[in-house]
Design a protein around this ligand. Structure first.
Ligand code: HEC
Length: 105
């Protein structure tokens, strides 16, 4: 219980510090919103394990060939490489999978 809570607030911290500069929770501004990304990823990867694995691998090295959101690349250009390690990105991806967007405005 306390462990998962800790992992959760750590995931939130990492997300806020590193991703929300470009990805707003629900609005598409300079990049697709987190809500759009999570919705698309869940359509492609129903299992949390697959979702987390694909997303964290992609963010380590964003590539057009492996993108599942090509329309977003033509709209916003390819996401830059940020230099985070895969472990950090797995925590962020796992947090994103569990995020509840219905409460966000
Ligand atoms: C400098 C701005 C910027 C930052 C910072 C950023 N992103 Fe992105 N991201 C983008 C843009 C623009 C796109 C849309 C184009 C694309 O898919 O490459 C995108 C797309 C994505 C996608 C869709 C991948 C696909 O299949 O195309 C994922 C997943 C993602 N971002 C995750 C993250 C995570 C997690 C972080 C924080 C660690 C993050 N992004 C930080 C700009 C950013």
């Amino acid at each position: 219980m306390s462990l998962s809570l800790e992992a959760n607030s750590y995931g939130n911290l990492l997300l806020e510090g590193n991703c929300t500069t470009c990805h707003h929770k629900t609005k598409n501004i300079s990049a697709p919103s987190l809500k759009v990304i999570v919705t698309r990823y869940k359509e492609a990867f129903a299992k949390k394990e697959d979702f987390v694995s694909y997303m964290s691998t992609w963010v380590v090295k964003p590539k057009e060939e492996t993108s599942i959101m090509l329309d977003m690349i033509s709209k916003y250009e390819l996401m830059p490489e940020l230099g985070y390690d895969k472990d950090t990105l797995e925590i962020i991806s796992s947090y994103l999978y569990d995020m509840n967007f219905d409460e966000e405005k």
